[in-house]
Design a protein around this ligand. Sequence first.
Ligand code: FAD
Ligand code: SF4
Length: 469
Amino acid sequence: MPNVRQFLELDRQLPKKLEAAERRQNFEEIYTDFDAAEAMAQADRCLHCGNPYCEWACPVHNYIPNWLKLVAEGNVMEAVELSHKTNSLPEMCGRICPQDRLCEQACTLNDTNFGAVTIGAVERYISDVAIATGWLPDMSDVVKTDKKVAIIGAGPAGLAAADVLVRNGVQAVVFDKQPEIGGLLTFGIPQFKLDKKVVEHRRRVFEHMGVEFRLGIEVGKDIAFKDIISQYDAVFLGMGTYKPMRGNFPGEDLPGVYKALDFLVGNVKHELGLAQTPEPYVSMAGKRVVVLGGGDTTMDCTRTSIRQGASEVYCVYRRDEENMPGSRAEVKNAKEEGVQFKFNLAPVEVMGTDKVEGIKVIQTKMGEPDEKGRRRAETVPGSETIIPCDAVVVAFGFQPNPPEWFKHYNIELNSWEGVVASKDSLYPFQTTNPKVFAGGDMVRGSSLVVHAIAEARDAAEGILDYLEV
Ligand code: FAD
Ligand code: SF4
């Protein structure tokens, strides 16, 4: 029986976290798993509010209180089925969603200072346990249709679209230029946040469901889009955003200045023993490293540098801590691991003649909010200083990089090169080419895994309507 007073008797408790000293030595995930008793007890803290704000704050609108109740009762197998009704990658979201800004922020217990239910950790627990015990979705009721859809990109968006389509009897063929599925989940986000075995297990689940993966194939190079659009009933584009934003300050092209994603991907491929192309492996061992930026990518670069054995790692951010866009939990983890934060400093110039010797920065103060509501950073004249360093990583975010061939197929782009597609269209996320749908970062701009999943699931519903399935 659920204990209605559990939240009074038991504090919020996350799964155990490895000690920072141990974390610094390797790329293992830093959180261990809940055991069954811990998961049941934490899930039982849920108040089962009449109007669960957590569900509204979750972009895929997970049935959170319902699966928490099932876990509290020890019914993980029913919980896993329910969890997959709204989310295609629950064990990934449980690991890497910024819950402190989404579901857990909205939890009533958070508002009342009892400490939010550990929603993300329980969501992860459900799928991890089910998959470890051999759970696979039951597809026996699926009635196959004669429709087939090509999906370009095996990131969260492409995978979520494939999930919905195959569950509705549509053949889903996913093309990706990388050798493994996952997009940035595999080739971006470091292993200490998401072990790549988790992605591998998920690939097996999708393959069992009938999703076909054609990996190591770049559309537009290894296969023409013309062939794809003519052979399939519809196409879903989930190709992400990969053009790094530059700082445009002197010295940005000096040897020793690295682009964040190249640095991270080089490290993941090195750790996985994959070919180091096109991103070379860069080791920060023994170096003084400055990472510029304040988002998730920045934290991943600082913490990767720490694990590689950098002697000092600084995060230099132009706003204050309160106005950082990244997850609060990740900032805390980075601090524990030894990353030093320098807030209210903007880069002016990378110093050095034939290699990085330091970075000149200028102090900033917080001004009025910008159009996104975040306060602007205004520079303070005459306040320049130099931080001596051996390497600089630029983590200023990404812009879309739509391929040339879009224009031959009437796939319209907006002013910042994002694909024009909307949830509010007659067929959600249909592009200006009726046969082509799109979702994830290439529509919304660099965002979150759970947003890519949410949009792609809506897009897949749009495709089903368009195909009259
Ligand atoms: P992607 O994940 O980028 O996938 C696109 C896929 O398309 C790739 O696999 C690519 O190879 C493939 N592709 C592109 N062009 C072609 C082509 N022509 N032919 C074949 N394949 C092609 N979000 C979170 O929620 N939490 C986090 O902690 C977090 N950390 C992040 C850390 C980093 C370093 C980065 C860069 C992002 C992070 N994000 C995080 C954001 C999140 O990863 C993205 O929002 C999400 O992956 C977007 O999904 P997507 O499917 O739209 O694109
Ligand atoms: Fe929270 Fe993300 Fe899971 Fe939604 S998908 S319940 S936001 S962890």
